[in-house]
Design a protein around this ligand. Structure first.
Ligand code: SF4
Length: 369
């Protein structure tokens, strides 16, 4: 049974500059912000009855911390006016460390933001420069300290590994500094050279990483072992939480196929059956909404078999895995994967091991017809 509680995502598609590794949709023309804000306010009207109650709100991007008080205040007012949030709703805002000040952080708290996701990426100055980040390592540490001062008890840091020239020892140094900040949550992503990005062009290996498979494994297993040794739960391939209560509630909705509404250019939504997505271009998105039309670019309704495979694909990304019921009749395949050390059966679920995380994308294929 799908929970009636939904998640709300708002895509803030603006960045001051474009980082050379990033392929998220964002534009650097900040002059479009007011039109975008009006468009989001118009878009939520289309869906307010279909997603009446949410227990998570995620302001992602792009760079939501680029929104000043005169824009973020009205945005939250519109969202909270149209959608009912549970009293314990998780409200996350993604922020770049160099945008934060004590006043800005207090403002966020006043708006009900109770979780900050900081785009730190590295605590090494040369790596930060290579990644085109505008902040220094010191600024990231200061941002954490300011957030604590402002009363944030739920902080997540985004970090990247397998960077050009990076060693395991260098990555360990970044993790050490991150852990000294005592974040409640960490997202650790491997750098992938995305097509169309400056780094992808520079290294000419779009879609790949800079390291061979053995080195990638080493980084991944080191990260998992190191953070689990420090008391973090490796609950999803790239995500770690200091205990169950710090797992990101909003992101769980994607992995567990719960209902979510996405507003903004390129945002995806799912009502429990159908998934749809918006036009990526800010200009097109705004044009459609200004003309009173929904900004949908496409939608899909999966077949029962596709739904089954998608459940496995998403489920095997998480330590929780999938219910054994969804693998009924596939006991032999299950035993085979368990004997290879990729899955273990526990508490009525098939759960991927850390080794299983390394092949998570391939696991569902072992249960396809
Ligand atoms: S990494 Fe973040 S700040 Fe950099 S371009 Fe991408 S969305 Fe913008």
């Amino acid at each position: 049974m799908n929970s009636p509680l939904s998640g709300l995502y708002v895509h803030v598609p603006f960045c001051r500059t474009k980082c050379p590794y990033c392929d998220f949709y964002s534009v650097t023309d900040l002059g479009l912000m007011d039109t975008w804000l009006k468009a989001v306010a118009a878009e939520v009207q289309f869906y307010r009855n279909d997603f009446p109650v949410c227990d998570s709100l995620y302001l992602g991007g792009g760079t939501p911390s680029l929104l000043d008080e005169d824009r973020l205040g009205p945005l939250m007012e519109v969202l909270q006016g149209e959608i009912k949030f549970t009293p314990d709703a998780e409200v996350t805002l993604e922020a770049n460390p160099d945008d934060l000040t004590p006043a800005r952080l207090s403002f966020y708290r006043g708006l009900g933001v109770n979780r900050l996701s900081l785009g730190v990426q590295s605590f090494d100055e040369s790596e930060l420069r290579l990644l085109g980040r505008r902040h220094t390592a010191r600024q990231a540490e200061e941002a954490v300290a300011m957030a604590r001062q402002a009363g944030f008890a739920n902080l997540s840091l985004d970090l990247m590994y397998a960077l050009p020239g990076q060693t395991l020892a260098g990555w360990e140094r970044t993790l050490q500094i991150a852990l000294a900040c005592r974040p409640e949550h960490l997202s650790c992503y491997q750098l992938t050279l995305e097509p169309g990005t400056a780094l992808g062009r520079k290294y000419g290996q779009a879609g790949k990483t800079l390291f061979n498979e053995d080195a990638e494994r080493e980084f991944f297993l080191f990260t998992s072992g190191y953070l689990e040794g420090e008391g973090y739960l490796h609950y999803e391939i790239s995500n770690f939480a200091r205990g169950e209560s710090r797992v990101c509630r909003h992101n769980l909705k994607y992995w567990r196929r719960r209902r979510y509404l996405g507003l903004g250019p390129g945002a995806h939504s799912f009502d429990g059956r159908r998934r749809w997505w918006n036009h990526r271009s800010v200009v097109r998105y705004c044009e459609l909404l200004t003309a009173g039309k929904p900004p949908m670019a496409g939608s899909e309704l999966l077949t029962p078999e596709q739904v089954r495979l998608e459940r496995l694909l998403l489920g095997f990304r998480m330590r929780d895995g999938v219910e054994l019921e969804s693998l009924a009749g596939r006991e032999e395949d299950l035993a085979n994967l368990a004997s290879r050390g990729w899955l273990r059966v526990e508490g009525g679920r098939a759960r991927p091991t850390i080794q299983g995380f390394l092949v998570a994308d391939r696991l569902p294929l072992c249960f396809s017809d």
